[in-house]
Design a protein around this ligand. Sequence first.
Ligand code: SAM
Length: 220
Amino acid sequence: MTPRSFLLTEQLGDYVRASSEPPDDVVRDLLAETAELGERGEAPPTFQIPPEQGALMQLLTRALGVRRAVEIGTFTGFSALCVARGLPADGSLICLDTSAEWTAIARRYWERAGVADRIEVRLGDAHETVRALPAEPVLDLAFVDADKAGYADYVDQLHPRLRTDGLVLLDNTLRSGKVLDPQDDDARAVAELNAALAADPRWETVLLPVSDGLTFLRKR
Ligand SMILES: C[S@@+](CC[C@H](N)C(=O)[O-])C[C@H]1O[C@@H](n2cnc3c(N)ncnc32)[C@H](O)[C@@H]1O
């Protein structure tokens, strides 16, 4: 099972999920296959976003009328599935990741959900693949969930590629609370970025206690 938010008790986490639209068979099977990867030690058990965050991202994508999106950090494809489901039939999502193996699992589920034709995977270091995207303000939404020390660079690279009022979502911006007293490189990088973004005039910034911390950046 996907790990629960460190901000919720187990009981409250169950309540949150029970009070949201339930996952369908495709999502249930994807969550189960990914959990098995974690149990076998083939992937970190905390990689995947929790179901309620996926539901939120699908709702946001649809409610905001997102047509063009990018994801940095796709893994087995759950967050991408949610975004793709929120897109219109002619919408597009470009997924950046280094793993052919994990994104092959993702593609099986995107096909089952009937959204594979909206998603293109670009393999390689996302710091390079994001630079290869045209530097034109065409993106409506970007979701960042990869190397935490690289978030500042991703934010800088996404800025010119996002339209005005476009949204960047940054995952894990509370680092399980470690941002209060960072003792490792990732926590330090995220804490520094959080402080910088709160004062960055390019963005309207809100960090919400969703899952492990989800920062919303609206391009001014
Ligand atoms: C936390 S997981 C993403 C989870 C995914 N969003 C989900 O909800 O299932 C992080 C992913 O980022 C990828 N990644 C890490 N560093 C990367 C980099 N420099 N370039 C591209 N992908 C990277 C990893 O391969 C991994 O699949």
